[in-house]
Design a protein around this ligand. Structure first.
Ligand code: ASP
Length: 305
């Protein structure tokens, strides 16, 4: 058994591990762990309390993938849904689709009996009012959004983030979950990599699983999570597979600041790694026999220079 997560997954590790040790599935474990992060109002990058888009609305992206079947479900730019990871799983299990976005996703949530909730907390709203509201004119909102989006995206004060959770259960099956509120002040309707299977999330029992945080546009252009798993399929160790996937991002431009990518990965035998294009970041792992999860350094794999 194994549970791996991005550092902000700490609040969900216990819940996920309990499921695995009780003989539960990897899919149940990654969903349960992710839900805890979605509930955490202190985390302004995921779920309830997430920073809103440019017009002050919280829009969430999430995905799940089941390694045994390679079935996947994703939701994007969904509003009012407290647990988009659960909605993504319902897309996988209850609809003949993989991806549902926007109003359709909110409608699907309502059909499932999920009550719409206000996800914008006073703290997140205050940050939006202070940094963004005044820059958006109400008379020509579309025109003005176009003008300010490039300035505001990747606002260094309100950096984005995402939760990644990967698990291997006692039966050896793998699952992965990803959830995010995306970049603070993103253009309304923008989807990042988190709901794009192959970009921010990929999982295959035969080879392994990978999930990303960082510039979603880069992970989409580099198909990063799938590239990692293809590396595992070719026989690379998780660290080498991640290095190869990040090497594919070299030379890709970003609209502001530094390109940034982080990946957590595990292979079918349970070897795991966290990598980051920037130094100083960590990931979490919990292996059978450990009393608790451990915080481990990510390997640094630069994608510039
Ligand atoms: N990958 C996320 C997105 O682009 C943001 C992040 O992980 O920092 O929406």
């Amino acid at each position: 058994m194994l549970l791996v997560a991005s550092a902000n997954g700490a609040v969900g590790m216990e819940a996920g591990w309990r499921i695995l040790t009780a003989g539960g599935s990897a899919l149940d474990a990654v969903e349960a762990a992710t839900r805890m992060v979605e509930d955490n109002p202190e985390d302004h990058t995921v779920g309830f309390g997430g920073y809103p888009n440019l017009i002050g609305t919280v829009e969430l992206d999430a995905s799940v993938m089941d390694g045994a079947t390679r079935r996947a479900g994703t939701v994007g730019a969904v509003q009012g849904v407290r647990h988009p990871v659960t909605l993504a799983r319902a897309v996988m299990e209850r609809l003949p689709h993989v991806m549902v976005v926007g109003e359709g996703a909110a409608r699907f949530a309502a059909e499932l009996g999920m009550e719409p909730e206000e996800l914008l907390t006073p703290v997140a709203e205050a940050a939006w009012r202070a940094g963004v509201e005044g820059r958006i004119a109400s008379d020509h909102p579309h025109h003005r959004l176009l003008r300010v989006v490039a300035d505001l995206v990747r606002d260094p004060e309100h950096v984005a983030g995402t939760v990644n959770v990967l698990a291997r259960d006692a039966a050896g099956h793998l699952a992965s979950a990803v959830s995010t509120s995306g970049w603070a002040w993103k253009y309304p309707g923008r989807l990042g990599d988190s709901p794009v299977i192959g970009a921010g999330n990929y999982c295959d029992d035969r080879h392994g699983a990978a999930a990303c945080t960082g510039w979603g546009e880069l992970a989409i252009r580099g198909v990063t999570a799938h590239t990692v798993v293809l590396g595992l399929a070719a026989g690379l160790a998780p660290a080498a597979a991640c290095e190869r996937a990040l090497a594919e991002l070299r030379g890709l431009d970003v609209p502001a600041g530094e390109p940034m990518m982080q990946v957590v990965a595990l292979d079918a035998s349970g070897r795991h790694v966290g990598v980051s294009s920037q130094s100083g970041s960590e990931y979490l792992a919990w292996e059978a026999g450990w009393e608790s999860y451990r915080t481990l350094p990510r390997r640094v794999v630069p994608i510039t220079g």
